[in-house]
Ligand binder design. Structure first.
Ligand SMILES: Nc1ncnc2c1ncn2[C@@H]1O[C@H](COP(=O)(O)OP(=O)(O)OP(=O)(O)O)[C@@H](O)[C@H]1O
Ligand SMILES: [Mg+2]
Length: 266
């Protein structure tokens, strides 16, 4: 087995079935510390399921997932609880609790997992709100009183409440306008740089992929058909890669990025 010093997530030969349907068949990838790792693939290719397996909400039928050195299949209940504190998650459809204010939403995990005082919790909540670039006054507002972009930021603040080492984001820029999406991307990069976290990001947003993703995995045919930095992925001739990166729209809009990444290969 290859020893990778900085690997924080290792997915090895995962098999996932729902009834008769096989979603993943021997899917493998590895994610390095401090990188922004993209997971790409068609709708229904099993990206969200894979993320749920990484965060122990689902269990694969076979294969092994190791997170921060812990093998998820062998982990004890107590170790699993501890490991859960190491990551923050932004779900694809999971927004905030609508009956709670933004501050209460961010506080949920702090209340559940720690016994720090109310005063300290308030301080932490306010620092997270500032960290994601929201104005302090949003803390008393309810989710229905926020814009889409603000909700994403508030959900991100909640994901960061426990000061995680890993951040899982499922389609974080979907539903945002182009400016909001780019601002969100910049925030992700900033958080990675400031906090030293590792970011796993499911996305089909080409701006994010060309702009902030360091390495990525492309899911198709039930497994990873291309993995690595953009220039490696672009070498793949898999039909999904061809259709996704080499269509006329992408070629025109991202000509410079495609050129850059091609020339480096020569
Ligand atoms: N809990 C479940 N039980 C049964 N089937 C499921 C379950 N969760 C997901 N699936 C199926 O697994 C497949 C992969 O789903 P998944 O949500 O991972 O797709 P995805 O790649 O995230 O797609 P999208 O880009 O649309 O979000 C789909 O066919 C879905 O219906
Ligand atoms: Mg999904």
């Amino acid at each position: 087995m290859i020893k990778r010093e900085n690997t924080v997530i290792e997915v090895k030969d995962i098999v996932t079935r729902f009834g008769e349907r096989t979603i993943h068949d021997k899917l493998s990838l590895h994610i390095e510390k401090n990188e922004i790792y993209g997971i790409l693939g068609e709708s229904g290719s099993g990206k969200s399921v894979l993320m749920k397996e990484m965060i122990m909400l689902l269990q694969p039928n076979a294969g092994e997932i190791t997170i921060l050195g812990e093998s998820l299949a062998e982990i004890s209940f107590k170790e699993a609880q501890k490991l859960r504190e190491e990551w923050g998650v932004l779900f694809q459809f999971g927004a905030l609790y609508s009956s709670m204010t933004i501050a209460e939403n961010i506080e949920v995990q702090l209340k559940e997992y720690t016994n720090i005082s109310k005063e300290m919790r308030d301080k932490l909540v306010h620092s997270k709100i500032a960290l994601v670039g929201l104005d302090a006054h949003v803390s008393t507002l309810y989710p229905s009183e926020l814009s889409g972009g603000m909700i994403k930021r508030a959900a991100l603040a909640r994901a960061l409440a426990m000061e995680p080492k890993l951040l899982f984001l499922d389609e974080p820029t979907s539903g945002l306008d182009p400016v909001g999406a780019r601002n969100f991307d910049s925030l992700i990069v900033e958080l990675r740089d400031i906090l030293g976290i590792t970011v796993v990001m499911i996305t089909h947003d080409l701006d994010s992929i060309f702009g902030i993703v360091d390495r990525m995995a492309v899911l198709a045919d039930k497994h990873v058909v291309a993995e690595g930095p953009l220039k490696n992925v672009l070498q793949s001739q898999h039909p999904f890669v061809e259709a996704f990166f080499k269509n006329d729209y992408t070629k025109e809009k991202y000509m410079d990025k495609l050129e850059e990444n091609r020339e480096e290969n020569v």
